[in-house]
Ligand binder design. Structure first.
Ligand SMILES: Nc1ncnc2c1ncn2[C@@H]1O[C@H](COP(=O)(O)OP(=O)(O)OP(=O)(O)O)[C@@H](O)[C@H]1O
Ligand SMILES: [Mg+2]
Length: 237
């Protein structure tokens, strides 16, 4: 069960290594309060995407504990972690992970079809209407019936954002979500992200190499400082 917990993220003594590889993460503690907007940065290879994968329950740590929205992920089986992710998390992947055989609209509404909770939080409108509304805000409303394989990278990024935001998930994880957007679109994207998050009182964990975005967030975290594995030189700088 999810228990009342003031923290959206509560990590203790976390260690992670990919199969047969060196330790990639060794983190004593990270705590992120509910509704915080956190900017996570660190050099390429420092383990940012790996950390997000652990928070999303896609990866399982070798040691330590990861609690997300009060839920200890170690107590869930793989299928339960998948359900937890689709109900409570909006994840914008560094590689967008759009489903190639679904069009734009079908990709965006997918979480609502996977999770009754996400559908319930649409506030009475259908998934299609909610998707159209997000697409208007992201300037991709003209693309709804297009195959995602025919989109530009920046367009795919915005489809991935709409899919993450639909149905107001409590925790939004975004891995370099604006890397392919020009500066106007980037600004619009961040504004939409924050507005959607604040409406749902959601927590945001946002990874980017673009330090000009950092001041927009309530807190900055440096993975290089937090990760003892990177400090000990086990990770490429
Ligand atoms: N699937 C994998 N199998 C084995 N090793 C991996 C895998 N994915 C990442 N790694 C290794 O883990 C380390 C951390 O990678 P990660 O992708 O988390 O870095 P990152 O901080 O997200 O980098 P970037 O800024 O380039 O996206 C790297 O040394 C990388 O080579
Ligand atoms: Mg990465």
């Amino acid at each position: 069960m999810m228990t009342a917990n003031p923290f959206a993220v509560d990590i203790k003594d976390l260690t992670y290594a990919y199969k047969n590889g060196p330790k990639v993460l060794d983190i004593a503690a990270i705590q992120i309060a509910a509704s915080e907007h956190v900017f996570l940065h660190g050099p390429s290879g420092s383990g940012k995407t790996t950390l997000l994968g652990l928070l999303a329950g896609i990866l399982v740590p070798q040691g330590g504990s990861v609690r997300v929205l009060g839920q200890d992920l170690a107590t869930l089986r793989s299928a339960q972690r998948d359900r937890f992710r689709s109900s409570h998390l909006g994840y914008i992947f560094q590689i967008f992970n759009l489903i190639p055989y679904l069009n734009v609209l079908e990709n965006i509404t997918l979480p609502c079809h996977l999770s009754p909770e996400r559908k319930m939080r649409l506030g009475g409108v259908t998934p299609d209407v909610a998707a159209l509304d997000l697409c208007r805000q992201l300037n991709i409303a003209n693309l709804l019936d297009r195959p995602v394989t025919e989109l530009s990278v920046g367009q795919q990024q915005r489809v991935a954002a709409a899919r993450a935001l639909i149905g107001a998930p409590e925790f939004i994880i975004a891995d370099e979500p604006t890397s392919a957007l020009d500066s106007n679109r980037r600004q619009e994207f961040i504004e939409l992200l924050f507005a959607a998050a604040d409406q749902a009182k959601a927590t945001i964990l946002f990874v980017s190499h673009d330090h000009s975005l950092a001041p927009l967030f309530t807190r900055n975290l440096s993975l290089l400082d937090l990760n003892r594995a990177s400090r000990s030189g086990e990770v490429d700088a």
